[in-house]
Structure formats: structure tokens, C-alpha cells
Design a protein around this ligand. Structure first.
Ligand SMILES: Cc1cc2nc3c(=O)[nH]c(=O)nc-3n(C[C@H](O)[C@H](O)[C@H](O)COP(=O)(O)O)c2cc1C
Length: 188
């Protein structure tokens, strides 16, 4: 079993990466493999509603990471999407990418149906619940069970780094635990 960890931040080793690494540790401790997907700093095209995905469930544009992300989600048993909070939402390049991945995958064949998913949001001070709400929209649109924890899946980095948010870290550990349990149950 394998869970995909998507770092939606343009900063490959920033706070979102470190938050997802906490989830990863929990997954690995429970015998679930992980795969990383880094969006990185390069430009991402927006969806242009051309509807070409209606024929093959894939975005027509292949010159950025959209196709690669769709294939990575499909080969994994679960997915955790991490985002920094930008103006109380996920960052723009992540939204542009997820609009295309989930719209195309759901248009003809509902490719993501039944695959467990969770969002994780990191912020300086506030706005994570709105960011998580947007991430959850992609999952519920696509028939994916959303994995929870003991609180909303967020971490506040404040001035001292998110390591000082001990409750946030516990929430992410618990998310990894619950994601591991669910992918194992579904594999039986
Ligand atoms: C354009 C922009 C908008 C941001 N908006 C918010 C915000 O609404 N709330 C907040 O608490 N932090 C905000 N931040 C701070 C980031 O969420 C924070 O630095 C986060 O830890 C960055 O994660 P990363 O290192 O994975 O990119 C913003 C940062 C940027 C660059």
C-alpha cells in the first residue's frame, strides 16, 4: 500500500513539506509506503474549460505537472494534499493544478472514486479552515472519502516555526494513523 504526499507549496522543503513529513512518519510506522509529489515553483496553467478531458479523463495540456499528478494519484491507494495558506486559501498554483486534475478525472469515468484523501494546511496565523474547505471540495466532488483526525488538519507556524504547535503535530500524526488504517481496511 502506498500513500501519495502532495506538497502544494512552491517551496519544496518549507513548512508544508515538514508538516507532510509528520504524516509520512505515521504512515511508515504502520507499514504504509509513501511517494512524494512536489509542485515546485514553475508556472501552472489554469483550466480553460475546453472540455477536451471529456473524451479521455486527462487534461489536454501536457506541458506542466498536471498529467504527472493524475497518474501519481491513480497508482497510489490514498492521497494527502498539503498546502500553505495564501489569503485564507490554498496557494494559486495548487488550485490551478487541482482544478484540472480533479475536473478531468471526474468527467469521464470518475477515476478517483473511493480513494481516501485528506488535506493539510499550514499557515502563519490564520486561514487554514477556509483553505481546507477548498481542498475538501476536490475530494468530495470526486467521490473520495475524506480522512479526518482529532481536529482539523492544520498547523500554525507562528513566529517560532510549526514545531512549537505541539497539538497541530499530534493532529497530523493521528491523520497519518487514520489514513494508514483506512487504506489497509480497503485493501482487505
Ligand atoms: C501570498 C501569501 C499569502 C499568505 N497568506 C497567509 C494567510 O492568509 N494566513 C496566514 O496565516 N499565513 C499566510 N501566509 C504565510 C504562509 O502560509 C506561511 O508562511 C506558510 O508557513 C508557508 O508554507 P511553505 O513554507 O510550505 O510555503 C501567506 C504567504 C504568502 C506568500
Amino acid at each position: 500500500m502506498k500513500v501519495l504526499l502532495v506538497n502544494g507549496s512552491p517551496r519544496p522543503k518549507g513548512d508544508t513539506f515538514r508538516a507532510l513529513s509528520v504524516v509520512e512518519q505515521s504512515l511508515l510506522e504502520r507499514g504504509v509506503e509513501t511517494e512524494w509529489f512536489q509542485i515546485g515553483p514553475d508556472p501552472v496553467r489554469p483550466c480553460i474549460d475546453c472540455r477536451r478531458c471529456q473524451s479521455d479523463s486527462r487534461c489536454v495540456f501536457r506541458d506542466d505537472k498536471c498529467y504527472e499528478l493524475t497518474e501519481a494519484i491513480l497508482r497510489c491507494d490514498g492521497v494527502v494534499v498539503g498546502t500553505p495558506t495564501y489569503f485564507a486559501g490554498p496557494n494559486g498554483s495548487l488550485c490551478a493544478l487541482l482544478d484540472r486534475v480533479f475536473y478531468s478525472a471526474s468527467d469521464n469515468g470518475r477515476l478517483m472514486d473511493g480513494k481516501p484523501a485528506a488535506g493539510v494546511a499550514v499557515c502563519w496565523r490564520s486561514g487554514t479552515t477556509a483553505a481546507l474547505d477548498r481542498l475538501n471540495k476536490y475530494f468530495t466532488f470526486s467521490g473520495m472519502p475524506v480522512v479526518g483526525s482529532v481536529y482539523w488538519n492544520n498547523v500554525l507556524r507562528g513566529e517560532e516555526g510549526f514545531e512549537s504547535d505541539s497539538f497541530g503535530i499530534e493532529t497530523l500524526k493521528e491523520l497519518g494513523c487514520r489514513m494508514a488504517e483506512l487504506v489497509k481496511k480497503l485493501a482487505r
